[in-house]
Design a protein around this ligand. Structure first.
Ligand code: FES
Length: 101
């Protein structure tokens, strides 16, 4: 199973392919805000993917639209509730220094 590592927490969890980054964070005991409950209606689950970006599920139109509102948007930004792990290992940076929206 692919391993998902969260930084700066330094916690790693193995999850089945198809698991969202948000669910992986939960399994790893990493706090990833998700104010809308994971329905792509906020940006609080925004993360930066430091490794394995290409292995994640493709970004959808709704996620793409929503991401544009995220503070600290970068080229490897994804919404944790929408991005699903594929077969490769992933490293995820959780931006804790943002203002939750
Ligand atoms: S939890 Fe709201 S968009 Fe992911």
């Amino acid at each position: 199973m692919p391993r998902v590592t969260f930084v700066p927490e330094g916690k790693t969890v193995e999850v089945p392919a198809g698991t969202s980054i948000l669910d992986a964070a939960d399994a790893a005991g990493v706090e990833l805000p998700h104010n809308c409950g994971g329905v792509c209606a906020c940006t609080t689950c925004h993360v930066w993917i430091e490794q394995g970006l290409e292995s994640l599920s493709e970004i959808g139109d709704r996620e793409d639209e929503r991401l544009n509102e995220a503070a600290g948007l970068g080229p490897t930004s994804r919404l944790g509730c929408q991005a699903e792990v594929g077969t490769a290992d992933v490293v995820v940076r959780v931006p804790h220094n943002r203002i939750a929206s």
